[in-house]
Design a protein around this ligand. Structure first.
Ligand code: MLT
Length: 266
């Protein structure tokens, strides 16, 4: 595995973990996580692909120079990563949850650079008013009590009981990522997500082959809603993975990797 950092737009230090050789596959993590959520993909999919897992602004080892950014800014960071690490040709882009919001912005801004899109445990619509209010609540909590206090309540949504109640490598990896994220990173990401665009009207125009994945027990991207919006995409497959919640690449890595490999091979 290789780790490298480079200066992105506006002087932001972007940290990227890569593994393997072959066609580029870029993996975008969810909130409040970092590239470590993709360890099983960096290890396994790297047998066939050049796997590239950036830390999004403020997470992992990437810097947060400015408190205000948008999902489109993060998509521009991804384009910087592509320009640094991919000699030529398009990328396959996989985003989980917040990473999926960024992936949709990347499609909107850079569709000529995309060969395939994987939208995992995510949703294309903008926040409702109650969703914005609960983001504000998380921001207040983070400012008053610290980031762990603000984000730890997400754990039951991220992992199924079997992984959340039994100490093991999955739970400790997720807890570690959550504990290490700063108040500033939580605030900036929550604000950016609350202002994200509504992609529902654009879905029928998404011509890139797309794989949509969610977990049977994902309360953030529930199966029924996911199947509904995925059906509007012109070229998509939708899979609901049993026995998984929000973090499908960590909870059921073998199934996740098989779906991605099969899709990309097609
Ligand atoms: C994520 O997993 O990235 C977040 O739950 C996304 C969100 O808060 O909308």
């Amino acid at each position: 595995m290789n780790r490298l950092s480079f200066l992105g737009k506006r002087g932001n230090l972007v940290h990227v973990t890569t593994a393997g050789q072959g066609k580029p596959l870029v993996l975008l993590h969810g909130f409040p996580l970092d590239h470590r959520q993709w360890m099983a993909q960096l290890e396994s999919l790297s047998a066939d692909y050049h796997v590239i897992a950036p830390d999004l602004r403020g997470f992992g080892r990437s810097a947060l120079n400015e408190p205000d950014y948008s999902m489109a800014d993060l998509a521009d960071d991804v384009e910087q990563v592509r320009m640094h690490l991919v000699a030529s040709g398009p990328i396959a882009l996989c985003g989980l949850s917040m990473g999926g919001y960024v992936a949709l912005e990347y499609w909107r801004g850079h569709s000529d650079r995309l060969s395939a899109l994987i939208l995992a445990n995510t949703k294309p619509d903008a926040d409702s008013e109650p969703a914005r209010a609960s983001r504000q609540e998380m921001i207040n909590q983070a400012r008053q009590h610290g980031s762990w206090q603000a984000v730890s309540g997400m754990l039951p949504k991220l992992l199924t009981d079997v992984h959340r109640n039994v100490p093991g490598p999955i739970l400790s990896c997720v807890e570690q990522m959550m504990r290490e994220c700063s108040v500033e990173a939580v605030v900036a990401a929550q604000q950016a997500m609350s202002h994200r665009a509504d992609f529902i009207p654009l879905l029928p125009t998404l011509q890139v082959p797309t794989l949509v994945i969610t977990g049977e027990h994902d309360p953030i991207a529930p199966p029924e809603a996911t199947r509904k919006w995925a059906a509007v995409l012109p070229h998509s497959h939708c899979h609901v993975i049993p026995d998984a919640a929000h973090l499908t690449p960590l909870e059921v890595p073998a199934t996740f990797n098989r779906l991605v490999s099969q899709f990309l091979a097609e």
